[in-house]
Structures are given as C-alpha cells and as structure tokens.
Design a protein around this ligand. Structure first.
Ligand code: FE2
Length: 425
C-alpha cells in the first residue's frame, strides 16, 4: 500500500505518462501504469514534475534587509558594501532569524528546498552564524540549508577573521569560504586560498570561495584554487563562486585555465542576476556582461550551477527566491538559447547544484526522497519561459505548498475563454 501516487507526470528528461509512487517519504516507483493501491492519488495531467530547485549561492544573513538602514540609491557593489557595513552593527539575532525564516517561506513556496548560504564571520560576536545555525535546524523539515563560513572583509585583511572563521566551523558551519580578490594584494589573495584549502583538507570539509568577483582580466585566484584543490586531493569538494573576471580574461589564457579547473574537479557557480547588474560598472560602452564563461566551462566538463546570491538586500533590491528567474537570466546573459543550452540552464538550478552541495537522495528515482515540484508547464524550457507556477511542492511525500494555476479569464469580442500561456496544442 502506497501513501501517494502522482499520475501522468512529465519528467525533466522528457519521459511522459509517468506515475510516481511514494511510501514513507521516499519514491518507491517511477513507471507507466503503476498498478498499486494508495492512500491518495493526484493526477497531474501531463505537467512537468521536477526535483526541487537548489540554490548553490546565497546570503541569508543579509536577505530581506532592503531599506535597512537605508536603500542602496546607486544600486552599485560599492554602495552595497558600505550599506552592509552600516547595517552590521545594528543586526540582532532575533531580526536575523525572523528575516531568514521569512525568506525560507518564500523559498518553500517556490519549490526551492536546498540552499547553500554564505554567512559573514567577520563580526567577532558571530551573531549571524548563531542565528543561521538556529534557522538551519528550524527549517530542516522542509529545507536543506548548508552554511559557508564567509570572511566578507578578507580572511587576512580583517583582524581576527581567521580565528572567527575557525570558531564558526567549530560551531557547525559546513563549508570553508573565502574572498581572495578582496585581500590587500594578489599575493595575499593566493595565500588566503592556500590557508583556507589546507584548513578544509584538515577538517574534511568542502570549499566554496567567492573568487575573482571583479572585471579585472588579470585576477588569477581561480587558478590558485584549482591548484590547491588538486594538490590537496580535494577534487569534487571545491567550488569557485562568481568567477566574473573570467569574462574579461585573455582568450588564450582561458584556453589553458579551463582544463585545469576541470582536472582539479572544481565546480563553478555563476550568479547571473547579480553579475549582470554589479559588473561592468566602470565601463562606458561597450559594457561587459561580467558573468563567467558558462557554455565554455560546461564544454570543458566543469559543473556549473546558477545561484540567486541576493534577494532584497544591500546589493540587490529585487528577487523573490524564484530559481527559474535566475536560470532565465543566466540563459539570456550566456546566450544559451539552443535546446541543449536551455536544458543545461534548468539543470543549473536543479541537478547540478544538488551534486555540488552533495545532497543525499535527490532526484526522481526509486530510493530518492519524495521532494517534488509540480510545475504549470510541459517541459523545462516552458518552465523557464513562463517562470512557471509551482502548483504543488512536496517534501518527503507531503504537500508543503500549493499555488493555484495562473489562468487569465478573457472577455474578448468573439473569443471567450481562458488563457494560461502554455504552448498551443
Ligand atoms: Fe555572494
């Protein structure tokens, strides 16, 4: 006896007419014409059913602080950093927890059930770390929240930052972060990468660094990150976030760099909404896009995920936790409009970040946890086009969010009826 069957599902890989059987929070069958008794049966009528969205790069300690203590008037990175500096001394644990939980509500509603969030460890009080560790436990029944110890002001540049970072890891933060391009010199940046990778190797932890988040064509920290990942045997456990300088690098150098990244088993995480708005700000025209070389990284065999990075915080006033919006921006900025390219953009907010985060039991196959999203769309490309409504979100086989379909009732002369923007039959 099953608990639930979802009938007539279309899967992201194109299989259609599939029934998904669920028992005790797990998927036990994925097949056509599933003949079994179940406590509940939902016919999804050919809609796309996907594993949940995964955000590989976020800042939950800053989210939903829009307007505190004031709004970023220019919308630039520098005003954002200044604003975060003004806000930090005013942060309280209660307010941090409340905002993070409110964001997790948005995430659950959007079918975003796994998030890797960086948390600033430069404040010696480690308020944000304590707050987000509390949030991590609180949301565990519906969101997998992974935390990265992130020295926003530079692990070598900010006094006490390395000790704070180690304390954060002692407290249970999962991943070692860094920001080498923000250290005082290129040499200090490289040294920070070495120190942090060795720390991760010692403690058996993954690494995820903000790396080369600039338009400087000579920034080389991703090369150093790949070198240490290789040297220390950290293949498969290291990610470089942003990598925006790669947009501006010399083509010959990139042709050498990409195979080194692939060989070192380092993943890349681009943040399309933020990269397209914060980079290229010193340019006149033509203006650089500032997103890393996504199709080229993929072609070299490097896993590439897209992150949201920011939602309504000092750096970005917009966003709603919608990873389809993130993927759609990535698709446009990288000109990934081929059929394969669009599907790779969908994977960049689902399967690929799930692998980077090392999520257990992710996917649609017998044995996987029954975390599923039913979208008002026929396939991943249509989901991207429509930022499709999340009709149902399931966590461990239980419906945790439900949104009515987006349907407009028309009253046009001679053309009565409804329109929902899906592909005409
Ligand atoms: Fe970031």
């Amino acid at each position: 006896m099953l608990d639930l069957i979802l009938r007539q599902c279309t899967l992201p890989d194109g299989r259609s007419g599939i029934d998904i059987g669920i028992r005790d929070g797990r998927i036990v069958a994925v097949e056509t014409g599933l003949a079994a008794a179940a406590g509940d049966v939902i016919d999804v009528a050919g809609q796309l059913v996907t594993p949940p969205f995964v955000d590989a790069h976020f800042h939950m300690d800053a989210t939903l602080s829009y307007g505190l203590p004031r709004v970023n008037q220019s919308g630039t990175l520098l005003e954002g950093i200044a604003l975060w500096g003004e806000l930090k001394p005013q942060l309280t644990q209660d307010a941090l927890v409340e905002r993070a939980l409110a964001y997790c509500d948005w995430a659950a509603a959007k079918g975003l059930l796994a998030i890797r969030s960086h948390v600033d460890v430069c404040d010696p009080r480690l308020l944000a770390v304590e707050a987000l560790l509390h949030v991590k436990e609180k949301v565990r029944p519906y969101i997998d929240l992974q935390l990265v110890a992130f020295p926003q002001d530079g692990v070598l540049r900010a006094p006490g930052a390395l000790d704070n970072l180690k304390r954060a890891l002692d407290m249970g933060v999962d991943v070692v972060g860094g920001i080498p391009h923000f250290e005082r010199t290129m040499a200090d940046g490289a040294e920070s990468v070495r120190i942090l990778c060795e720390l991760a190797a010692e403690r058996g932890l993954p690494v995820d660094m903000h790396c080369d988040e600039s338009d400087d064509p000579l920034s080389r920290h991703i090369e150093t990150l790949a070198f240490h990942a290789q040297r220390l045997g950290l293949q498969g456990r290291v990610a470089g976030s942003h990598l925006t300088s790669m947009h501006s690098m010399d083509n010959y150098y990139v042709s050498k760099l990409l195979p080194l990244i692939a060989e070192a088993g380092v993943a890349a995480i681009a943040n399309p909404l933020i990269n397209i708005t914060l980079q290229g700000r010193h340019d006149t025209y033509p203006k650089r896009r500032g997103m890393t070389r996504v199709p080229e990284l993929l072609a070299a065999g490097v896993p590439v995920a897209f992150g949201h990075d920011c939602v309504m915080d000092p750096w970005y006033s917009l966003g709603s936790g919608d990873m389809l919006e993130v993927a759609a921006m990535g698709l446009h900025v990288a000109q990934m409009t081929s059929q394969d390219g669009m599907r790779a953009c969908f994977a960049a907010v689902t399967d690929t970040p799930a692998r980077i985060l090392g999520l257990d039991g992710y996917g649609i196959a017998p044995g996987c946890r029954a975390d599923l999203v039913v979208l008002q769309a026929g396939d991943p490309i249509e989901a991207l086009r429509l930022r499709a409504t999340r009709l149902l979100v399931l966590r461990a086989g239980r419906i945790i969010a439900r949104t009515p379909p987006a349907i407009t009732t028309l009253n046009l002369p001679g053309r009565p009826g409804n329109v929902d923007f899906r592909r005409p039959l």
